[in-house]
Write a protein that binds this ligand. Structure first.
Ligand code: E4P
Length: 217
């Protein structure tokens, strides 16, 4: 399973990259605003900086909601850097734009997926990735992991190549459960990745090894 980090914070991206396990980055307009990145020129420059830190795909989201606007924005984003993936919302014009970009060989990520029907549409439009938001479903007492499992089954039934990018991951158990289901990618905060390191027996075991080494030297 690929690990993407879901942030626009350059320090966090660099920390995950330095760990050696990062495969890409996802961003959205809210994450950009959280870092104080506003104005289209600054936003485009920030995407370039992110691409310089990571080696993998970087999802950059359009803010237009009409086909022509999405195409214009998406083309400008894709021209920024070869690692850019055009992120499009799951609305009718987003599906049309996804088909447009996939026909041109430009990578896409269809976002804000909350149902298997939406996942089917994204795959049929040739999306490279599609992002079901599991944490946001959990937030409204709906089983987000169940949706990921259902999409996995549907995609496997027909051999769809669209990658399931489990998004809105909030914790380490989400990561582990996504891996058990066979999600292709997960994107979450830095803590959902670094949290996987933690185990008290690792801490106490290492302390004991070092203590015993000191006794013998
Ligand atoms: C996905 O690409 C989104 O950026 C993200 O995962 C949303 O997560 P949230 O529900 O924690 O805001």
């Amino acid at each position: 399973m690929k690990f993407f980090i879901d942030t626009a914070n350059l320090d966090e991206i660099a920390e995950a990259q330095a760990l050696g396990v990062l495969d890409g980055v996802t961003t959205n307009p809210s994450l950009m605003a959280k870092e104080g990145i506003t104005g289209s020129d600054n936003i485009l420059a920030h995407y370039k900086r992110i691409c310089e830190i990571v080696e993998g795909d970087v999802s950059a989201e359009v803010i237009s909601t009409d086909f022509e606007g999405m195409v214009k924005e998406g083309e400008a984003l894709a021209a920024l850097h070869p690692q850019i993936v055009v992120k499009l919302p799951m609305i009718a014009d987003g599906v049309k734009a996804c088909k447009y970009f996939s026909d041109k060989g430009i990578k896409t990520n269809v976002t804000l997926i909350f149902s298997s029907g939406q996942a089917l549409l994204a795959a049929k439009a040739g999306a490279t990735y599609m992002s079901p938001f599991l944490g946001r479903l959990d937030d409204i007492s709906t089983d987000g992991l169940q949706l990921i499992a259902e999409i996995r089954q549907i995609y496997d039934n027909y051999g769809f190549e669209t990658q399931i990018l489990s998004a809105s991951v909030r914790n380490t158990m989400h990561v582990i459960n996504c891996a058990k289901i066979g999600s292709d990618v997960m994107t979450g905060p830095l803590s959902s990745i670094t949290g996987l390191l933690k185990h008290p027996l690792t801490v106490s075991g290492l302390a004991k090894f070092l203590e015993d080494y000191k006794k013998g030297n």
